[in-house]
Write a protein that binds this ligand. Structure first.
Ligand code: NG6
Ligand code: CA
Length: 523
């Protein structure tokens, strides 16, 4: 009897132990899998037709294609605007930029445009215990007083927006100041050579592209400015003095940013925290001056070479994640901030080589950067998460980068404050390929002021807007018209047949919806 009891006791205890252990394990795995590292690879000016996985034939992007092959590729994904600052404002803040004045393309002297009191994408991750970082292009302004003092720590900036660590350049590659800031301080600054920046006047003794074209290794397009301060043999928009040793050399930017990315990832590993990294890759914005090893490697001039450099960056980072055994637990998003442009201020053969190769950086779409047509905001977008996303999946659902904040909040079970305004909505299932549900509607913003488009159920309405139909310098169709425009994107992805007269009811419906969305305002 006694023997029987102890055997039974032993048997049940063992069974109970196994049960608890398995439950504990699956709970731990569940917890872990819901808190993957999250890496957003955000490129600059990359078009819908610029990757081989999106149909490009004159260029091959094997590493980015790997993401598409092992993950989910969207055919109808959008950034919120056809230029950089408003798109970046939206992805970080979860708000449409057109709701706020002063959010168009910023000069390097602008102050921070994101309210430091609001919930942001990185703050959602911080609240969930992540180590957060921003590396690469910023272009959201710095400080709260003009002029910015570049010779000390500049506050507010990325940290106040929710990034624990930052290594950024302030505006664009073609704008002063041409320096990096690490944790909001200029890197490598010699205090005896202080920096001053102006967009109004050149400094005494400053060499500009306009006065010294003989010093340039790449010519600017005289119709588009870019003839100011010379750094590394390339003239930029704006003027600057001092900081001679701190200024970057263009060919080394990729290497510099990539090493900071690896440093950031290693810090997160040391802290035993998951990371959220917003890596705003500098390629393929102008001036395109890739590392010398990439020069001449494509048939598309430096623009194509910059695409190869960007593809290399993606491959390098994937490899480094793999070496650290964390690739499988890293959710990766790859996308772009706006549509493509060939000549954006420098004569780098992008136009001539594209012509020769019959290359269309916006793919099948009409328009490009700056444009309210689909080429402006429909961009490559891929999501990779090993074991969670079915490889080789294509989604035709309409998604927007603005929803990443609410969607990741949902993934992390973080509640967004109910009394705080946001345009961001939870489409996590769609981003994971578990649902085909499209966003209810999206709003598309062209460059400059006024003019918007709204897309719902495949119908697109564009508001009347003054202005040229073609931007001559960059050779891009704007989509401007003094009349209402309505397109059925399901049948007419190139927006060639305006149906506003044929379907006045649909036109009025979308017009009213856009008015309603515009009237909801951020406090
Ligand atoms: C434009 C610049 C262009 C580019 C763009 C910003 C001129 C004529 N053109 O104003 O070269 O810098 O701003 O690009 O100045 S973005 O991708 O950051 O939005
Ligand atoms: Ca851009």
């Amino acid at each position: 009897m006694r023997r029987y009891f102890s055997f039974r006791f032993f048997f049940f205890s063992f069974f109970f132990f196994v049960l608890c252990f398995t439950k504990e394990m699956s709970f731990a795995q569940h917890r872990q899998s819901e808190r993957p590292n999250v890496l957003i690879l955000y490129t600059d000016d990359l078009g819908y037709g610029d990757l081989s996985c999106y149909g490009a034939e004159a260029i091959s992007t094997p590493h980015i294609d790997w993401l598409a092959r092992h993950g989910l590729k969207f055919t109808n994904a959008h950034c919120t605007a056809a230029t950089c600052t408003p798109s970046r404002y939206s992805i970080i803040s979860g708000r449409y930029a057109w709701r706020k004045q002063g959010t168009n393309i910023l000069p390097g002297t602008a102050n921070l445009i994101i309210d430091t009191n609001i919930t942001t994408l990185p703050k959602v991750f911080q609240r969930a215990g992540y180590f957060t970082g921003a590396i690469g292009k910023w272009h959201l302004g710095l400080g709260d007083k003009e002029p910015i003092d570049w010779n000390r720590k500049i506050i507010p900036g990325p940290k106040q927006v929710g990034f624990d660590y930052s290594f950024i350049f302030p505006a664009t590659l073609d704008r002063v100041p041409t320096v990096f800031l690490e944790d909001q301080k200029v890197v490598g600054l010699d205090t005896s050579d202080p920096i001053e920046v102006s967009y109004r006047h050149a400094f005494p003794d400053e060499l500009t592209g306009k006065d010294h074209p003989e010093l340039l290794k790449m010519k600017y397009d005289p119709r588009q400015g870019h003839d100011g301060h010379i750094v590394d043999g390339i003239s930029r928009i704006g003027f600057m003095e001092g900081g001679t040793r701190a200024q970057w050399s263009d060919e080394a930017i990729g290497y510099t940013l990539n090493s900071k990315v690896i440093g950031f990832i290693d810090s997160s590993l040391k802290m035993h925290k998951p990371f959220f990294l917003y890596y705003a890759i500098h390629d393929i914005h102008v001036p395109r001056m890739p590392a010398t090893v990439f020069k001449g490697e494509s048939d598309l001039g430096y623009r194509g070479d910059a695409i190869l450099e960007m593809d290399h960056t993606v491959g390098y980072i994937l490899q480094q994640l793999k070496l650290r055994h964390i690739l499988d637990n890293t959710l990766i998003i790859f996308s772009s901030d706006n549509g493509p442009v060939l000549n954006d201020g420098y004569l780098d053969q992008a136009v001539e080589t594209a012509q020769k190769e019959n290359y269309h950086p916006a793919g099948v779409l009409r328009g490009g950067k700056y444009s309210v047509l689909e080429g402006g905001t429909r961009i490559p977008f891929m999501v990779y998460w090993h074991g969670r996303i079915k490889p080789h999946t294509v989604s035709n659902a309409m998604v927007s980068q603005i929803d990443l904040m609410a969607s990741f909040a949902a993934m992390l079970h973080e509640k967004l404050p109910p009394d705080e305004f946001t345009d961001s909505r939870d489409y996590f299932s769609t981003f994971m390929g578990k649902s085909d549900k499209s966003r209810n509607f999206i709003v598309e913003q062209p460059a400059g002021r006024g003019g918007l488009a709204i897309v719902k159920d495949g119908w697109k309405y564009i508001t009347p807007r003054k202005g040229p139909v073609l931007m001559q310098d960059v050779n891009i169709e704007t989509g401007n018209s003094l009349e209402d425009q309505l397109y059925d994107l399901k049948d007419d992805i190139r927006e060639e047949h305006d149906l506003s007269d044929k379907y006045p009811g649909k036109t009025a419906e979308l017009k009213a919806l856009l008015k309603k969305v515009e009237a909801e305002s951020a406090p």
